[in-house]
Structure formats: structure tokens, C-alpha cells
Design a protein around this ligand. Structure first.
Ligand code: SF4
Length: 83
């Protein structure tokens, strides 16, 4: 996922080193409205940084795209339920 590297710390970004989405590009992870997120979630399921990625997205209130295997709606639900 694209990250604002000017504000994120090195620790926050360490999980990005082996991120599978960095090898595939953002298209799967920011699908057009109504398009499938299945391929992005399949890659996330195999990604070593999945938990850290999801934590990052939740703590930085990332609203768009698939992060850590969850869509924006799923992350919204998780935040609403208090994680
Ligand atoms: S969990 Fe998914 S979105 Fe996050 S770094 Fe891995 S492949 Fe990318």
C-alpha cells in the first residue's frame, strides 16, 4: 500500500520490506468500486506483514483499499466494534 514516508517511522515501515503487494503493484489493492477484492485478500493471506499492515492501517485511519487482508468496509466494522 502507498504510505506517506515523510510521516511514517522506520519501525512502522519495517513490515513493508517483504510486502507482497509491493511486488504486484496497487491495482489489486485499490479496485474500482464494486470490483472484487478476492485477489488482494489472497495475497494478504500469504504475506508475512499482514498483522503489522492491518495495525498500521487501523492506527493511521486508512480509509481506502485492502490492508492486512481487510477491505475498507471490514476495517470500518472492526473499528466500530472497538477491535
Ligand atoms: S498484508 Fe496485504 S496489503 Fe498488507 S503488506 Fe501484505 S500484501 Fe500488502
Amino acid at each position: 500500500m502507498p504510505i506517506n514516508r515523510t510521516t511514517a517511522t522506520a519501525h512502522e515501515l519495517s513490515w513493508r520490506e517483504n510486502a507482497l503487494c509491493a511486488q504486484t503493484g496497487p491495482d489489486f489493492f485499490f479496485p474500482d468500486p464494486g470490483s472484487s477484492t478476492r485477489e488482494a485478500k489472497r495475497l494478504c493471506a500469504a504475506c508475512d506483514g499482514r498483522e503489522a499492515c492491518l495495525e498500521y492501517a487501523l492506527s493511521h485511519d486508512e480509509r481506502f483499499g485492502v490492508w492486512g487482508g481487510l477491505s475498507e468496509k471490514e476495517r470500518y466494522r472492526l473499528r466500530r466494534e472497538g477491535r
